[in-house]
Design a binder for this molecule. Structure first.
Ligand SMILES: [Zn+2]
Length: 278
């Protein structure tokens, strides 16, 4: 599988894109140690990541952070936990695991052929040992890293990692650059653009933003993605108010240019499920 290389996106803040699924991993280099952002999709991938960090930076891993509860960002947690690395994540990750990732993992373990690309045989769901319920400044080996739990958007467990002295934000999948943002039954379609607009108030215009998938972007990119999501929420809301069923909704050409039809269908389902539709 092809991998990218570490790119220094701000003062001693590194980003790397890993295959499969082109997932972003971050490393914040401290005085004598490193913090790793996201742990990849299974134990083997996590072990490879740990080896890369040790080899490429030559310092031990002092902590790991999860940007949200989806498998591609945190199913490697057990390897970090087994090595004694403290893991930080949104306070609702454990509940999210119980409601979504746990049942999904059990289904695939029962029938690995249903999703052969996942390689989840060895995965033990491992929620973060440190649950973040409000903005938290992590003082790690001479460096301050801010953990900012977000309101319900892409998932109910999204957490932004801000490195103030590097002017860098790691945002997980609340924004995506390599493709349009993805919806699931755990997304809050109406809440998501609100989360992004709030972030835009906090993020400096010259900051570097790392999406969960893809290359570094700037604040304008986030604002643009927020407006797309806002339009989507508005059109679905109007359909719901007109008493339409999910299948009867015809979204605008603008939206159909931005997302494939099946993604839009997922967004409609998630919105109706949450907002009292069918
Ligand atoms: Zn992802």
């Amino acid at each position: 599988m092809g991998h990218g290389t570490w790119v220094e996106v701000g003062n001693r803040a590194f980003h790397r894109r890993y295959e499969p699924v082109d997932v972003s991993v971050g490393v914040i280099l401290c005085e004598q140690s490193a913090l790793v952002i996201d742990t990849r999709n299974n134990p083997a991938e996590a072990r490879e990541l740990m080896d890369d960090v040790l080899k490429d930076f030559g310092v031990p891993i002092a902590a790991a952070v999860n940007t949200h509860a989806h498998y591609d960002h945190c199913f490697g947690n057990q390897v970090f936990a087994d090595a004694g690395v403290p893991i930080y994540g949104h306070a609702l990750m454990k509940r999210h695991f119980e409601n979504y990732e746990g049942p999904h993992l059990a289904r695939v373990k029962n029938s690995p052929a249903s999703e052969p690309d996942k390689n989840w045989e060895d995965v033990r769901l491992t929620p973060p040992g440190f649950e973040i319920a409000s903005c938290t400044e992590l003082e790690l080996d001479q460096r301050t890293i801010c953990l900012v739990p977000l309101a319900h958007g892409h998932t109910d467990s999204d957490l932004a990692v801000h490195v103030p002295d590097a002017n860098v934000w790691f945002l997980g999948d609340v924004i995506e650059q390599s493709g349009p943002p993805m919806f699931g039954p755990d997304s809050d379609i109406a809440g998501w653009p609100v989360v992004l607009h709030e972030l835009a108030q906090t993020i400096r215009p010259d900051a570097t933003l790392i999406p969960g998938h893809g290359d570094a972007v700037d604040r304008d990119f986030l604002v643009c993605q927020a407006s797309h999501l806002e339009l989507l929420a508005r059109e679905i809301c109007q359909g719901l108010e007109q008493g339409l069923a999910p299948g009867e909704l015809h979204l605008s050409q603008d939206l159909r240019r931005l997302w494939p039809a099946e993604h839009l269908a997922s967004a409609i389902d998630a919105y109706f499920a949450k907002n009292g539709g069918v």
